[in-house]
Design a binder for this molecule. Structure first.
Ligand code: X8Z
Ligand code: ZN
Length: 608
């Protein structure tokens, strides 16, 4: 009798608890479904307001944008509040748990209305300041020039150190100090938001996106792992620059004066012609683009063609109608920094880019289209999962394609090169071209966010922050500004992503991941075989490989619905960020550089 009562008791309780769990889950599921539908419409509205502002920087557009963003923030705050009553971590459905996790982690929207408006204003002002900087032309001071295209082009083409130094100083002064006050206010508010969301500071809230408490340590390890290769490249490039510019401009044992590296931030060195070891008859691709009457539209059509050759999506008609792919010439101010946009409904996806007719810009076209492919492939998911598996995945897709595109094999295939030389000298030249683009970016991107972490974590303040930035760039990258910078200057906001509040570790992650993706895609395409000099990672072109496309598609379709290790495994079989594919890609260059540096007696490292 006793046991019968006990049994009834147990059945009653188990059922009750099961029923209440599923009731709660069911109710939460209904709310999430409803929110997902509403969110799509609301995101269309907010993205439209941002697009209108970024493509025409007027006060009126800024005002409308600020209002719409505040409305959206208040909506997400309400959603988070509604969902916070659920003990969702104990729900059974993993997908639902993950959706609620994202819907309740609302970033700046957690701030009070006043604080939210203020952080928005700070970022909006910094972004506009950055976009509107104009400096007098070096040769004709009555003419004003902008970052895109003139200053960018001067850095890529001019070999006059005085001209480069002039533009460097004008640019950093123009986009730095004017944003300093806003930057520190933004840091304060971002930290406040982070704390309200349960983090220690803004750095920890950024790192949380990688969903792995050891991630920062893994990045530190990777930077050490690639250091021997970077040091060899750095030593070689500095030696070549010293030969070209002479000892008064370049000291053979010190950090490289960064204005000589072909890029305003020396993040990707664009000085192939100065450092390629072997003379070739290969034409300069930038001139070929011009000779062949390339237009921005033709560049975008080429890129679409590459993606569709892998069986990935073509761009919808509205993409071609609504994208802005050239700098407008109607006097309006616009954010020229390239970006890809997902308007969340009606397959409305767009790119905004001030495209130039250069190989560098051509690669950026593929980079941006990679974002759009991701948008199109995950658009069947609820909005909270329409993200990269982690932020680095989004940045790596188009770059993976661009690794194939920039091979001589592919450039030949699309008629930009008459013939392909595959002798050892041409291979080294090619690896060096890719090396100066990809390797310096690792210490650059590493420092860019490590530095901002220091600011968020409060190790530096407005009085002593600037010199730390240059100390870190010197320590990890061996580059130095052309003139002594002090704490009277403020240089971090002279880079778009600091002015526009874009987390940057994503690019570091992407520059490692893209080699993992590339290797996996090349194996799938049958274009890579270890120890086969005809099929190396560096000459692999995955063009037209349905197998490579299929693997990529399976990963991209997942969006952020699963932890990123799972997404990575789908395409590559790996579960970790791993620099070994990158090191394997550059292995022949590493061997060559070590020998060349000994022969040249090039110094390795730099005096502190
Ligand atoms: O910002 C970009 C893209 C837009 S997501 C053009 N990139 C970083 C940069 O320009 O600093 C691509 C490479 C790094
Ligand atoms: Zn990007």
């Amino acid at each position: 009798m006793k046991s019968k009562i006990l049994l009834i008791f147990i059945i009653f309780y188990t059922q009750k608890s099961l029923a209440s769990v599923s009731d709660d889950e069911l109710q939460a599921q209904l709310i999430v479904n409803e929110v997902s539908e509403e969110m799509k419409l609301r995101m269309f509205k907010t993205n439209t307001a941002s697009w209108n502002h970024a493509s025409n920087l007027t006060d009126e557009n800024e005002r409308i944008n600020a209002k719409v963003q505040a409305e959206y923030a208040s909506y997400t705050k309400n959603v988070a509040k509604e969902l916070s009553v659920f003990d969702y971590k104990n729900f059974q459905n993993e997908t639902l748990k993950r959706l609620i996790k994202f819907l309740t982690n609302i970033g700046d929207a957690k701030l009070s209305e006043t604080d939210f408006n203020e952080i928005q204003d700070c970022v909006s002002r910094m972004e506009s300041t950055f976009a509107k900087v104009k400096v007098p032309d070096f040769k004709d001071s009555s003419k004003l020039v902008s970052l895109e295209p003139e200053i960018t082009e001067a850095f890529a083409k001019s070999r006059n150190p005085e001209e480069l130094k002039y533009y460097w100083i004008k640019w950093y002064d123009g986009a730095g100090i004017p944003s300093k006050t806003d930057f520190f206010k933004y840091v304060e508010l971002r930290n406040k938001a982070a704390k309200l969301n349960g983090f220690n500071n803004g750095a920890d809230s950024w790192l949380d996106e990688y969903e792995d408490p050891t991630f920062e340590k893994q990045i530190d390890d990777i930077i050490e792992q690639i250091k021997p290769l970077y040091l060899q490249l750095h030593g070689y490039v500095r030696h070549k620059l010293a030969e070209f510019y002479g000892p008064d401009v370049v000291d053979k044992t010190k950090a490289i004066p960064m204005h000589l590296l072909g890029n305003v931030w020396a993040q990707q060195w664009n000085i192939g012609k100065l450092v390629l070891p072997y003379k070739t008859e290969e034409p300069d691709i930038d001139s070929v683009f011009v000779e062949k009457n390339y237009t921005p539209l033709k560049m975008f059509k080429d890129s679409e063609q590459f993606f569709t050759s892998l069986n990935l999506s073509p761009m919808p008609p509205s993409f071609w109608e609504k994208s802005i792919i050239e700098k407008p010439n109607d006097g309006r101010e616009m954010v020229c920094h390239a970006s890809a946009w997902d308007f969340s409904i009606n397959n409305d996806v767009r790119i905004k880019q001030c495209t130039r007719i250069t190989l560098e810009s051509y690669k950026t076209v593929h980079h941006e289209m990679g974002h759009v492919e991701y948008y199109l492939l995950y658009n069947h998911l609820p909005p909270s999962f329409r993200n990269g598996a982690n932020p680095g995945f989004h940045e790596a897709v188009g770059d993976t394609i661009a690794l194939s595109v920039a091979t001589p094999k592919h450039l030949h295939r699309i008629g930009l090169l008459d013939k392909v030389n595959n002798d050892h000298k041409s291979q080294i030249n090619q690896l060096l071209k890719v090396g100066i683009e990809k390797l310096p970016f690792l210490p650059f991107s590493y420092v860019f966010d490590k530095y901002r972490y220091e600011v968020f974590r409060g190790t530096v303040n407005a009085e002593n922050a600037n010199t730390l930035f240059w100390d870190m760039r010197k320590k990890h990258g061996g580059v130095a500004p052309p003139v002594q910078r002090t704490n009277k200057d403020f240089d971090i906001t002279a880079k778009y992503h600091a002015s526009a509040d874009v987390e940057y570790l994503r690019y570091f992650v992407a520059f490692i991941l893209q080699f993992q993706f590339h290797k996996a895609a090349c194996i799938k395409a049958g274009e890579y075989e270890m120890n086969n000099p005809e099929k190396t990672l560096a000459n692999c072109d995955i063009y037209q490989s349905k197998e490579a496309g299929e693997a990529m598609k399976k990963m991209l379709e997942l969006g952020s619905s699963v932890p990123w290790n799972d997404a990575l495994e789908v395409m590559t079989g790996d579960r970790k960020l791993d620099a070994s594919a990158l090191l394997e890609y550059f292995e022949p260059l590493y061997e060559w550089l070590k020998e060349a540096n000994i022969k040249l007696d090039a110094h390795i490292g730099w005096d502190e």
